[in-house]
Structures are given as structure tokens and as C-alpha cells.
Design a protein around this ligand. Structure first.
Ligand code: HEM
Length: 224
């Protein structure tokens, strides 16, 4: 046990935890986007899906606890690695900026990660809390769909979501291929494909999620 905890708290151990939790979080994001894209199919379909999830609430709660653990492990290890790197090499930035292997995406991982972390707290305190414990609109519209409709009718909320979703795309652009590299899953033939898949995931996530606040904000203008 002592051996395992020593391994996991080593630098490479932390990186492996980040890679594995990161890949699982990407899987969550893909499912989350698919669920949210039902908004485009229409209020009935979106509400039906929420009702389906309500029917298996205990399982959803277990998944949410697992998700919270994944996020906590991912963020905690990221900040610890960042702090240790900074302590070991205070002038790292200058080195990184000139390094051929470093890209704007890899250099901005901490700042994009922190932005997504702050977003997540706000997101859960608003959407998740209202969905699960808040007052739902009672004006005859589909209640869950209406919560999202009303939130994104506010231009500040819509713009905030839009910007953070682009930041999310930047984070994912580096994240996916970096996880493969950390795990040692490198191969001359497959690594370029992994990089392409990473880029595709980043673009699909950013465009897919960012389109939702824009769609609802523009729709709200027509309703005025
Ligand atoms: C336009 C973008 C997004 C919309 C409209 C949206 C919508 C929602 C809604 C409605 C819920 C509550 C679902 C429920 O409890 O049944 C939720 C939960 C959640 N969202 Fe999002 N979300 C967006 C982006 C994101 C992003 C980018 C992340 C992660 C970085 C994220 C992470 C979560 C988490 C962890 C939960 C709680 C788990 C869950 O209930 O599924 N969301 N989101």
C-alpha cells in the first residue's frame, strides 16, 4: 500500500492520474454534449431525456459522485504538478516559450484549466442546482428546457458560456494527445492519428457546446 501511494504521489504517478482522469472526463463531456444537443431536437425530446435520467436517479447520483472524484483528482494533481514545476524551475516560462515542442495550447493548460474549474463551480451552482433543487418555470413550457432557454436569454450568461467553451476547446486540443503521451501509448503510425482525433474532439466540443448559448440567445431575440 505504501509502495502504491509512493508511486502515485511521484511526478509520473501524478501525470498518470491526470491522463486517466482526463480521458474519463472527455468521455463524460462527449456524453454531456450528446445530451445537450437534444435541445436542438426540441423541448419534448430534451425533457423526455431528463425524465429518463430522473427514473434512474440513484445511479445518476453514483455517477455524479464518481465525476466529482475525477474532477477533484484531475485538478488537485494538476495544481500540485504546476506548483512543483514552478518551485523546481522558476524560469520555466522563458524556456517553454522558445521550445519547439511547446504550443500555445500546451503553454496555456494551467490558465485554461483554472478557467474551466471556475466555470464548473458557477455551472453547478446554477444549472445543476436549479435542475435538481430549484424552482422550475410553471408557465406551461417544458420546465427543464425553459431553464436553459431563460438562462441564455441573458447576453452576459450566453457570452460567458461561449467564451469558456472556446477555452475548453484550447484545453482539449492539448489534453487528449498529452494523455496518450503520458501513458507511453506512442507509435509512429498511430500517434499522428491520435493527434488528429484530439484536434477533432477539441473542435467538436468547443463548437457543439458554444453553439447552444448562441442559439438560445438569438432565439430569445425573436421572442421579444
Ligand atoms: C452549453 C454548455 C453546457 C450546457 C447547456 C450544460 C448543461 C447542463 C445541465 C442542464 C446540467 C444539469 C443536468 C442534470 O442535473 O440533469 C449540467 C450538469 C453538469 N455539467 Fe453541464 N452544460 C454545459 C457545459 C458543461 C461543460 C463544458 C462541463 C465541464 C467542463 C460541464 C459539466 C457538468 C457537470 C460535471 C454536471 C453535473 C453532472 C450531471 O448532472 O450531468 N457542463 N450541465
Amino acid at each position: 500500500m505504501g509502495w502504491l501511494s509512493e508511486r502515485l504521489s511521484s511526478s509520473i504517478g501524478k501525470k498518470i492520474i491526470m491522463a486517466l482522469t482526463g480521458l474519463l472526463l472527455i468521455l463524460f463531456l462527449i456524453i454531456h454534449l450528446l445530451n445537450n444537443l437534444l435541445l436542438y431536437v426540441g423541448p419534448e425530446m430534451f425533457n423526455e431525456n431528463v425524465a429518463r435520467l430522473e427514473a434512474i436517479k440513484p445511479l445518476v447520483r453514483v455517477i455524479e459522485i464518481a465525476l466529482a472524484l475525477l474532477f477533484a483528482l484531475h485538478i488537485f494533481n494538476a495544481l500540485k504538478l504546476w506548483y512543483e514545476n514552478k518551485k523546481a524551475n522558476p524560469n520555466k516560462y522563458a524556456v517553454d516559450a522558445s521550445s519547439e515542442n511547446s504550443t500555445v495550447f500546451s503553454r496555456s493548460m494551467v490558465i485554461t484549466g483554472v478557467t474551466i474549474g471556475i466555470f464548473l463551480v458557477i455551472h453547478l451552482a446554477t444549472f445543476w442546482r436549479t435542475f435538481n433543487f430549484g424552482a422550475h418555470p410553471t408557465d406551461g413550457r417544458h420546465p427543464f428546457y425553459a431553464i436553459i432557454q431563460d438562462a441564455f436569454a441573458n447576453p452576459f450568461i450566453a457570452l460567458f458560456y461561449f467564451i469558456v467553451m472556446i477555452v475548453l476547446g484550447f484545453h482539449l486540443k492539448h489534453a487528449f494527445q498529452s494523455a496518450f503521451q503520458t501513458m507511453g501509448w506512442r507509435h509512429p503510425k498511430y500517434t499522428p492519428i491520435v493527434e488528429k482525433i484530439g484536434t477533432a474532439i477539441a473542435i467538436i466540443m468547443a463548437v457543439g457546446f458554444a453553439s447552444i448559448p448562441i442559439f438560445f440567445y438569438i432565439s430569445s431575440l425573436g421572442g421579444k
